[in-house]
Design a protein around this ligand. Structure first.
Ligand SMILES: [Zn+2]
Length: 286
């Protein structure tokens, strides 16, 4: 799914589709200043509400979830047989964003191809009162208050193995290596406790989407670092499965204009602070 200009606040978008190289019948006039490799660009207006939703929003002790980020596609996984093929649920009440569940199913299929078949989701989407209860029970080292947990976004899930502790299991080892290939990140690594403010959680995975997850893995970044990096660089180019992406951080002050491809091969996510990240799938030069 790509983000259209008419869609004001995309909650979650998938990887922009690879743009097929095609020769247009008539040569379009390139927009001055736009990437010369692309065929046609248009200007869209980024608005403040886009800052607070999307797969890259930062949610932690300092950054609360804004109403714009609340997921609209939460599904009850135990009622979705097609979504839960190949893994199990710790209890039948587990919910998740449907878009994330679809990406997770791809991860599960990838794991099965490597002979790893005992994945289990132990927690998915939580509403505020469930989060509050958990916070009181677990304390601030392992949990966050309601409105500050990624579980309230529907983008995070706690994973386990039906064979034992995740850290020792084949599932945990596989996830550490491969979750990134499917758009998921280990959100609270052992060596980043100072940055995340949360103890090592080998079970907690967060969906951010490709190509972001692979870049974060390559650079050993947690989300806090990745967003700071994009903000500092303003624009980077990354290659992922043969597609080149330009990832730009755009500060949004009231209404901000930005150039994107006419064909919609881009996605937008807020950082939940003061800007948006625009990820454009670049066309190859003819
Ligand atoms: Zn978790």
């Amino acid at each position: 799914m790509s983000v259209n200009v008419g869609t004001p606040s995309p909650t979650l978008t998938q990887t922009p589709a690879k743009v097929p190289a095609k020769t247009p019948a008539t040569t379009p006039t390139p927009t001055p200043g736009a990437n010369p490799e692309a065929e046609q660009w248009t200007t869209i207006t980024l608005t403040k509400d886009q800052v607070y939703s999307g797969p890259l929003v930062l949610v932690n002790r300092e950054h609360k979830i804004r109403p714009e980020a609340l997921p609209e596609d939460i599904v009850d996984l135990s009622e979705q047989d097609d979504l839960t093929e190949g893994y199990s649920l710790l209890d039948p009440s587990i919910e998740l964003s449907e878009a994330v569940a679809l990406r997770f199913r791809e991860l599960v299929e990838g794991a099965a191809r490597d002979g790893v078949r005992n994945l289990r989701i132990s927690s998915g989407y939580r509403n505020n009162s469930e989060q509050e209860e958990l916070y009181e029970e677990k304390g601030s080292d392992y949990a966050l208050p309601a409105g500050h947990s990624e579980h309230n976004l529907g983008l995070s899930l706690d994973l386990g193995s039906t064979t034992g502790a995740i850290d020792q299991s084949a599932e945990g080892k596989w996830l550490k290596k491969h979750a990134w290939d499917y758009g998921f990140i280990l959100r609270y690594p052992k060596d980043k406790v100072d940055l995340t403010g949360i103890q090592y959680e080998p079970w907690h995975f967060r969906y951010v989407g490709l190509p972001h997850s692979r870049i974060m893995k390559e650079k050993n970044f947690v989300l806090e670092e990745y967003l700071a990096y994009l903000k500092e660089k303003e624009s980077i180019v990354a290659e992922e499965d043969g597609v080149r992406y330009r990832i730009s951080y755009v500060p949004v002050t009231k209404r901000t204009e930005f150039k994107v491809p006419v064909d919609g091969s881009y996605e937008i996510s807020g950082d939940n602070s003061d800007g948006v990240i625009v990820t454009v799938a670049l066309k190859e030069a003819a």
